[in-house]
Design a protein around this ligand. Structure first.
Ligand code: HEM
Length: 509
């Protein structure tokens, strides 16, 4: 019996050693940057944490002091870069720091099955083939602002209903509403489809929430190797993902079929939905390439704007004086809110509105950490100071870089829209400069910068205009101010108390 137990213990020791050796032992190179202990990535498994606390406690100092660290994520060691000049170097050299997304990094995973090989994660000629179709559809100058404004009105109605159902002074959970809203804008204005996302119980909202639950399960995010095994829950996840992809494809086809009751004709010239279908029908893309790109565009096109909205509403609730000044800025245009919300030129020229959006994106970049580049050969980062072997995954922590005190000064962690400047010309100049020095990387940079930035900023402007025109809001006093435990970093389950401006003026009257 004792012999059997000893054998078992020996086997367990060998297994632990192998796991440690294969997965957990940090690589020798680069030699001159520190290692964040592997267990830091695992803390959210064992404790309900605020990831901004974890960042400050374990990652912030070594990352800022050395400009880069060795970092364990998704069951492998990576180089996580902070220093803006290093990141600028990475953005510049596409060939050396090749984009290498989940379809290459973890090809067997549910995440890779979900997003496939797409414009964001591909490299070289394949990327060019995707980009030539997608760029014109995302960079057109004639996005239907009236549709965004109409959806923003519906959002205001939903907020008002939720507030009156909850009772005066009780917080409204905003994330679900903002998810439906950004989904409606993305499907209708970017892709010319319609899921009726703002109506109650629209199937797409249920499906979308189900997919997010599966994709962001921390154990599988951290150990995607587990997706190799046919656990019933992962088989279920794969089915959910396929169902979601199928729903997107069907909606795209139906909305572009003139004989269908769900047709969204007339379609805008250069509409992205039409371009995706044409790329497939002309043989330029195969069917999988069309589905992969459709899915990634749908996800990027509504998830990031949704998180940006949550963080901006949160910051404005924490800074009521800025919220009041922003409302004054809208009023000072002399236009009514409905007219202003559709006057893009005027909205784009409002300095405080622009600065608030940029400051929110700086402090809470929706994609707070990104590790999807792989060195194609041995390389020297930072003018030869960091030696990175070929085949190493390299990424950055946007949350940290955007708050770099050397770039942004001692108030880098504070919300201060005035740091961007007082007029739109100087704000735009500063934005260009900060981007070129990789000090503001919320939209990535270089040739692979976000193609949806223009749409995202437009949507933010229109939405804030409508929300500020309808409400004042503050944090629910009972809501605990904590950020998410893992994944994208933003205020967790945010609850806001909305005060209708109509009611406010009635009260005053
Ligand atoms: C506030 C909103 C947004 C933020 C912060 C944001 C951020 C980013 C970031 C960080 C990347 C680089 C991703 C990577 O390398 O893995 C990216 C790429 C991209 N984004 Fe966005 N994004 C936003 C909105 C949008 C929207 C609305 C769309 C529309 C579908 C979009 C489409 C894209 C595309 C197509 C790329 C790939 C560009 C390329 O590699 O050529 N994004 N975005």
């Amino acid at each position: 019996m004792l012999g059997f137990i000893a054998e078992l213990l020996l086997l367990a020791a060998i297994a632990i050693f192998l796991v440690y050796y294969v997965f957990l032992l940090p690589p020798r190179y680069p030699e001159n940057i520190p290692t964040i202990p592997f267990w830091v990535a695992l803390i959210p498994f064992f404790k309900d944490v605020d990831q901004s606390d974890i960042f400050r406690q374990y990652i912030d100092k070594p990352l800022r002091t050395h400009g880069a660290v060795k970092f364990f994520f998704a069951a492998q060691w990576n180089i996580l870069v902070h220093k803006p000049s290093y990141i600028a170097e990475i953005f510049k050299d596409e060939a050396l720091y090749e984009k290498s997304g989940n379809q290459k990094k973890i090809p067997h995973s549910v995440l890779a099955q979900f997003l496939g090989d797409n414009i964001i994660s591909s490299h070289g000629q394949v990327w060019k083939k995707y980009q030539s179709v997608i760029r014109p559809g995302l960079q057109r100058n004639n996005f239907e602002v009236d549709k965004i404004a109409l959806n923003a009105d519906k959002l205001c109605m939903l907020v008002k209903d939720a507030q009156s159902r909850g009772g005066r002074g009780r917080g409204v959970a905003v994330q679900g509403l903002l998810q439906r809203y950004s989904l409606a804008n993305c499907s209708e204005v970017i892709l010319q489809t319609n899921f009726d996302a703002l109506s109650d119980n629209a199937p797409i909202n249920i499906l979308q929430s189900a997919v997010k639950r599966e994709i962001f399960k921390p154990i599988f995010m951290n150990f995607p190797i587990l997706d190799q095994f046919p656990f019933p829950s992962r088989l279920h996840a794969r089915k959910t993902v396929d169902k979601f992809r199928g729903a997107l494809r069907d909606a795209l086809i139906e909305s572009h079929d003139p004989s269908s009751a769900k047709s969204s004709a007339p379609w805008p010239k250069d509409g992205l939905g039409r371009r995706l279908l044409d790329a497939h029908q002309s043989g330029q893309w195969d069917e999988k390439q069309m589905h992969d790109n459709l899915t990634v565009l749908f996800v990027a096109g509504q998830e990031n704007p949704q998180l940006c909205l949550i963080s901006t509403l949160y910051l404005l609730a924490k800074h009521p004086e800025t919220q009041a000044r922003l409302y004054e800025e809208l009023v000072s245009t002399g236009l009514s809110i409905p007219a202003l919300a559709q006057n893009i030129e005027m909205l784009t020229n409002l300095p405080l509105l622009t600065a608030v959006i940029l400051e929110s994106l700086r402090l809470f970049p929706p994609i707070c950490q990104l590790i999807n580049r792989r060195t194609s050969q041995d390389t020297l980062l930072g003018h030869a100071s960091i030696v990175i072997p070929s085949g190493t995954y390299v990424g950055y922590n946007c949350y940290s870089t955007n708050r770099d005190p050397e770039a942004w000064g001692p108030t880098a962690d504070q919300f201060d829209p005035s740091r961007w400047g007082g007029d739109v010309t100087s704000i735009q100049k500063k934005l260009r400069l900060r981007k070129s020095k990789a000090e503001f990387i919320s939209f990535h940079g270089g040739r692979r910068a976000c193609l949806g930035e223009k749409f995202a900023l437009l949507q933010m402007r229109v939405t804030l205009c409508k929300l500020l025109g309808a409400f004042m809001w503050m944090l629910d006093p009972e809501w605990i101010d904590r950020k998410t435990p893992a994944g994208p970093l933003y205020p967790r389950a945010l609850r806001l108390v909305f005060d209708s401006r109509e009611l406010g003026s009635e009260k005053k009257g």
